[in-house]
Design a protein around this ligand. Structure first.
Ligand SMILES: [Zn+2]
Ligand SMILES: [Zn+2]
Length: 521
């Protein structure tokens, strides 16, 4: 709400941080508030403490209730879904004298939009299309997988249903968000869905389905299937349209296994349900086959945790090893390690290894590939290390030939073990670079260099299709997180899922192997 009224951005951020602290607090926060100790919690200042006290004592926050009355979050959510900014939605609502999303829809259906100053016939047509054309319930652009997993997974958990749509296939950028529930009696499920805090407005409602939007304007579908058809609904809501169409007509079954059995097909992992496929799926690499992470950062460059903290967290995940790969100086924007730093870091790694044995922290580096293809550290420094990632950071826009030559040159260095985020994209923000992957695969194969499947939610690079091409060319991959914090290590599930989308089996993923095979030199 504070963001919608363009309040000081620091205020909104302070509330977010406080919310995170409260969510993660080990003690009941209400007790702390009552005993006047709320400010013992990190990030809770006097302003937020006062609001917390109000909430605990009265059950609500007056300022919030007032903002909700004034701004109608459901209208804002619906407006964002339609491509309107929050302010514009509020203005429109005022001009139409409506208070809720439902009233807005009624006003639009009655043809009142064209009477609003600034709304021409074209805009009106667009808004009506968005409001009433039911086949297109998509966000205005794809949403990152980590956000959609949290959103759809959260809704599914509360409704005791299954996350479906693009999220269940672990698409790098999701457009179809869906939850499927089994319900003999659909009404209560649809009502619970509409009342969820994540759903600010319901834009469509059927007997066994509904479409809600979030405050960001992201549509999310609910399907409340009859229990005896739950499997059928789940298959239909999970696969890509092409995949599902090729299986139709789908038999009724209470679970997915039943659907596939009735079709006389083996069950297919959701990650492979893109193109039509009726064959026997391979045994895809699984999360619990990963034995270590080979790309992460610490406070030595731009990470938030120390060497020991990262190592301990990796050990607690059940890993055998973790490679610390901080940046080198050419990365620019953040601190990078020169040869002396690398040697000093070795001492810290050795000390942490004594504490954490038999777990092993590896000495690694994320070494920039300079514009001429040389590496950003001298060979003697690289040769001391256990694991070398080579990365292009600056100059992603080089033409294809030049960039490919530059990367090829780096891969020829015998110290290099893996090429990081090969296509250099940031989902929704920066397109893939022009790197000739076919050529890179040839060189990687000759030089026994692996290609990374980077697990940062806005990278996921290589992406699934490219993983498949790499594996077909005979190249091996590494599933890495590029974690910059302890929590970032959790993105391994995004990396592994992306590898699975590329049909990867464990034998082809370097970090499913024991430590002695990683230390090949
Ligand atoms: Zn990088
Ligand atoms: Zn990195």
């Amino acid at each position: 709400m504070l963001e919608l009224i363009d309040a000081n951005p620091y205020t909104a951020r302070a509330y977010r941080r406080a919310a995170e602290t409260i969510r993660g607090a080990a003690l009941p926060v209400a007790d702390l508030v009552r005993s006047g100790r709320a400010r013992d919690l990190r990030g809770i200042g006097p302003g937020i403490e006062q609001r917390l006290r109000e909430l605990v004592e009265t059950g609500e926050i007056a300022e919030l209730a007032e903002l909700e009355r004034e701004l109608a979050p459901d209208l804002v959510g619906l407006g964002r879904y339609l491509g309107l900014g929050a302010k514009r939605s509020v203005e429109l609502a005022r001009a139409l004298d409506v208070r809720t999303a439902e009233e807005f829809r009624e006003a639009a259906a009655a043809g009142r939009l064209r009477a609003v100053p600034g709304i021409g016939p074209k805009t009106e047509a667009q808004l009506l299309e968005g409001l009433f054309h039911e086949s297109e319930r998509r966000p205005r652009r794809g949403i990152l997988l980590d956000r959609t997993r949290e959103l759809v997974g959260g809704v599914a958990a509360v409704l005791e249903g299954e996350a479906a749509g693009d999220v269940r296939r672990w698409r790098d950028s999701c457009e179809r968000l869906a939850v499927v529930c089994a319900a003999a009696e659909p009404r209560p499920v649809v009502e619970r869905f509409a009342a969820l805090p994540q759903v600010v407005a319901v834009i469509e409602e059927g007997e066994r389905s509904a479409v809600g939007v979030t405050i960001e304007g992201v549509p999310i579908e609910l399907l409340a299937a009859e229990p005896k058809r739950f499997g059928t609904a789940l298959v239909r809501a999970t696969g890509s349209p092409a995949y599902v169409a090729a299986l139709e007509p789908l038999p009724d079954a209470p679970d997915e296994e039943g659907v596939y059995r009735a079709l006389d097909l083996p069950w297919c992992p959701p990650e492979l349900r893109e193109e039509p496929f009726r064959g026997e799926p391979p045994a895809l690499v699984a999360l619990d086959e990963i034995r270590g992470d080979l790309h992460c950062h610490t406070t030595w460059s731009d990470g938030r945790a120390s060497v020991e903290e990262m190592g301990r967290a990796a050990s607690e995940r059940g890993y055998e090893y973790l490679a610390i790969c901080d940046h080198t100086p050419a990365v620019g924007a953040v601190r990078g390690l020169g040869p002396d730093d690398v040697r000093r870091q070795a001492e810290e790694i050795a000390a942490a290894n004594e504490l954490l044995a038999p777990f092993r922290i590896l000495r690694g580096i994320e070494c920039d590939i300079l514009p001429d293809g040389q590496l950003d550290l001298p060979d003697e420094a690289l040769a001391e290390l256990d694991w070398v990632q080579a990365s292009v950071h600056g100059g992603q826009r080089m033409p294809r030939r030049e960039l490919t030559k530059r990367v090829e040159e780096a891969l020829r260095n015998p110290c290099v073990r893996c090429l990081s985020h090969p296509k250099g994209r940031y989902i929704n923000r920066r397109a893939e670079n022009a790197l000739d992957l076919e050529r890179v695969f040839e060189v990687a194969l000759e030089e026994r260099v692996a290609l990374e499947v980077n697990g940062l939610p806005d990278r996921l690079d290589l992406r699934g299709e490219h993983v498949r091409d790499a594996l077909e060319a005979g190249v091996e991959i590494v599933c890495s997180t590029d974690a910059h914090s302890v929590r970032g290590l959790g993105n391994i599930e995004l990396s592994v899922a992306t590898a699975r989308r590329g049909w990867a089996t464990a034998e082809r993923v370097v970090n499913t192997r024991p430590l002695r095979e990683i230390l090949r030199n």
